[in-house]
Design a protein around this ligand. Structure first.
Ligand code: SAM
Length: 308
């Protein structure tokens, strides 16, 4: 059993430390993400084509998936893109053995990227602290122990206090906020690798006008949302304050996917009689697109774009 510690330390230990959740578990076993969906990969292949055209179809074009999980997105892209496109994952977990050889895999970032750098549901897992307003109106760090019990810690000061003041001001007793500075820093570091091309983060998030008063830190395991107990057996995640993250533009996933040609309209019923197999395929694709574009679900995720 661990004693009380701040959430950032608890998340770092329980997700990425020895025996941590992401050292042992495949994300796809515990929760569904956009990147695990075939029609998402098809949309990303169209995005790759757009970026490739903008870059003048260079000899080398890299697609770097940071936090690639089980490699589902890269595996599908390997079937959609020819060998001119280098596919690479940055991931703490070992490479799943069934993935094609052409997918490079390892824990380290390259020095630079020319092409597309993509990070799906990475930033929400970047460890961050939680701040709470105490009964006297002071903003303090929340601390947590290995059972999930919480208590108030030191007052929030310095850069963390400045981040809250700028992006997520809280002042009413009981209000909570996740201090997003480590996510901003992480994304600035990743976009800094981009020499030419596009960097894209896809994640859960909220904007300043709609911050959740109680914060969002939560747990996931076996497909269910559960309390965020830092015991190494579950994902612990907090939505991203997306407007604080430096990028060129922000767009809801449903709009980005619509622009990339995803269509959630079901196929016309008469097709079921003329071409039953074609109808079944079209229905499966439109249902998958509807799930990715659902404004109450994955469609509300944010796409954070940076172009060079
Ligand atoms: C929520 S999962 C998302 C997986 C996949 N991108 C998807 O959308 O299905 C986050 C992944 O990021 C990986 N990850 C987190 N921090 C990382 C780091 N510093 N370096 C490499 N991988 C990291 C974790 O191991 C985990 O597989």
């Amino acid at each position: 059993m661990t004693g009380f510690e701040r959430w950032s330390a608890a998340m770092a230990r329980t997700l990425y430390g020895p025996g941590g959740f992401y050292r042992c578990e495949l994300p796809g076993r515990h929760f569904a993400t956009s990147a695990q969906t075939p029609v998402f990969a098809e949309a990303i292949a169209r995005l790759v084509d757009d970026v490739d055209a903008r870059l003048g179809r260079p000899d080398r074009f890299t697609i770097l998936d940071v936090g690639a999980g089980g490699g589902e997105l890269l595996e599908r892209l390997a079937g959609l893109l020819d060998d001119r496109f280098q596919l690479a994952a940055v991931e703490l977990r070992p490479k799943p053995p069934h993935l094609p050889n052409r997918i490079a895999w390892g824990p380290d970032l390259p020095d630079a990227v020319d092409g597309l750098l993509i990070a799906c549901e990475l930033l929400d897992n970047v460890p961050c602290d939680v701040a709470v307003v105490d009964p006297d109106g002071r903003v303090r760090y929340e601390e947590v122990d290995g059972t999930g019990a919480t208590r108030l810690g030191d007052p929030v000061t310095g850069e963390d206090a400045a981040w809250l003041a700028a992006w997520w001001p809280i002042g009413t007793p009981g209000e909570r906020a996740e201090i997003g500075a480590p996510r901003d820093t992480r994304w600035r570091g990743l976009t800094g690798l981009l020499r030419r091309g596009t960097a894209l983060a896809v994640d859960y998030g909220h904007m300043r006008h709609a911050r959740p008063a109680a914060g969002t830190i939560t747990g996931f395991k076996d497909g269910r949302e559960i309390p965020p107990v830092p015991d190494g057996n579950r994902d612990i995640t907090a939505h991203v304050a997306v407007d604080a993250v430096a990028c060129d533009r922000l767009e809801p996933q449903r709009e980005a996917l619509r622009r990339l040609g995803l269509d959630a309209t079901p196929p016309p019923l008469p097709l079921a009689f003329q071409d039953p197999v074609g109808y079944a395929h079209a229905l499966a694709a439109s249902s998958a697109a509807a799930r990715l574009m659902d404004p109450e679900g994955l469609g509300a995720h944010w796409w954070l774009w940076t172009d060079r």
